[in-house]
Design a protein around this ligand. Sequence first.
Ligand code: GDP
Ligand code: CO
Length: 413
Amino acid sequence: MRLAESFRSERFGAVRIHELQRVIELDSGMSAAAGSRIVGADALHAVESQMVIVVPCMNETRGVIEGVLSGIPHDCLIVLVSNSDRAPVDRYEIEAQTVEQYCRLAGRPAITVHQRDPGVAGAFKAAGLPELIDDSGLVRSGKGEAMLIGMALAAMSGRRYIGYVDADNYVPGSVHEYCKVYAAGLHLADSPYAMVRISWHSKPKLRDNRLFFSRKGRSSQITNEWLNRFLAEYSGFGTEVIATGNAGEHAMSLDLGLKLRLAGGFAVEPYEYMDLFEQFGGILESTSADVMANSVPVMQIETRNPHFHDNKGEEHVQGMRMQALNVLYHSPVTLPAIRQQILEFMIEQGALGPGQEPPRERIYPPVGTLDLDLLYDALDAEALSFRQPDGLAAAGMPASPPVDRARIPRRIM
Ligand code: GDP
Ligand code: CO
């Protein structure tokens, strides 16, 4: 893969945000050229075989899920975290079967689990995260919560990287590109604490019976603008460096991921930026001297495939925008002038009445604080939805695991 060189970055404490880099060639070969960086097949493969791809999924169609799975490079470990309906039709059962069948055909392993399985709630409670459980005794619904479950499973696998890919993506080729970009970005990032966030090139929409490739997402524009204002208020210089505030497609090293506090619902992606600023921005005291000494590169990469996914409507988009502003408003590192402007903006948008404060989003402690051994034992014993189809075993193949499988320290897979 060939990426445009990143010439500029902005620093906020230890966080180094690289300006958006384009994918120049999906397959670069090995010939170097000025102004670009190549990441060869071996380097990509080395990262992929250490990467877990988490697919959060809620009531997506079987055919679309199958397409998404087919785009994930073979050596990545797939983890599907579902919050799909279990009645009147058990959609999770269909998903789990889809994954199992796929694993058999592709000769690869996967893990699937249902977010609202009582056994999953019990396991997270036992492992030290009772905040995740709602009044009905189950793990809360929400995309952030699904990502957190995925992060914990990824940590148990013993692999080094985690990437997220939505289950509602109609284009398997774009899923493939995202995973390759994760691998390329993580390879190029010169730190054990790295994050790669994707900005897709365009999103196709139907307008007057014609396909129109719109450049920016409705929610991202606003989230990015406010994150950039946040930075500018500190530096005194206007900036457009952040282009990936709402990036659902993103990856990071688990060394970083396990230190991050994830937010619930759709606040999760913008809050990743805020938590980086809170923990490693040098404004508040950091608990991790090692991260501060290393720096946290955030690579932002513009992909080539159109991002063609399920359209969930205007209300959903408005909800996402406001969740991003809620976390910005309440962050202890947001300066008072920006908080005031956010308040005025939200009132103007009709999201708040005069005199009201934005609601607080839920923020969970880092997955690294959990007892993962306990979590695994409890999931294995109690969570009926917890499945680990191993394509090789299911296909009757002898146990000759690829190198990286043999090295996995814990019992997953
Ligand atoms: P958008 O693409 O940002 O507009 O958001 P989507 O509604 O498409 O959600 C992104 C992905 O997360 C999709 O694959 C959804 O199926 C999935 N998703 C959304 N909410 C939840 C949830 O509560 N739990 C799980 N497990 N997945 C979710
Ligand atoms: Co979507």
